[in-house]
Design a protein around this ligand. Sequence first.
Ligand code: 5GP
Length: 215
Amino acid sequence: MSQLDELKAQRRGLMIVLSSPSGAGKTTLTRKLLAENPDMTMSVSATTRHPRRGEKDGVDYYFVSKEKFSELETEDEFLEHARVFDNFYGTPRAPVEEALQEGRDVVFDIDWQGAQQLTQAAAEDLVRIFILPPNMRELEKRLRTRAQDSDETIAKRMSKSEAEISHWLEYDYVIVNEDIDTAMEELRTIVNAERLRRKRQPWLGGFVKSLISGG
Ligand code: 5GP
């Protein structure tokens, strides 16, 4: 690692919020982003909803009872929490704070309510990205292909999609996910640009000083 690389590593992590209506491809984008950035961590939320097929406790979510959830809420263990559909979701506070201090970016798959709460709590570290589907037919198709939810749940999610989409103006960036490779390139561009913001590179002051003094 060059001396400059070492300096560049001295940064605070970003809080990257990805929101979208269900089925817009957010999960795929998130997985790819994490695979490309081994230092990045995913914020694992606690939820009272039941696990879907293939979902693992502690990986996809911490699956908890309603009682446990309200206990965690009372103890102020959540950075933000919200009710989505008929379930509760919350972001555990401690792992996020630890990662940011270590200079690691944290990715959040949370809804507009969570994004709003994080804007109140941590606007400086926040990058809010909204993912849109190319059209509503595609959204429904993706929900059905997933085939893990009942027809009733899919209908409910479709009807909620419009409400979720109505919050697009509250985000810093919007990606329309028609083609996954293009969407991924756009996501990479956003993350790189946000890392390069002057305020996110606290080492620059000292660096410029030594540049000027001929160091
Ligand atoms: P799903 O049940 O499909 O995994 O998630 C449903 C919705 O809840 C998604 O829009 C997801 O982004 C949101 N969600 C998941 N975890 C959290 C969380 O910790 N906080 C908030 N506010 N929303 C969450």
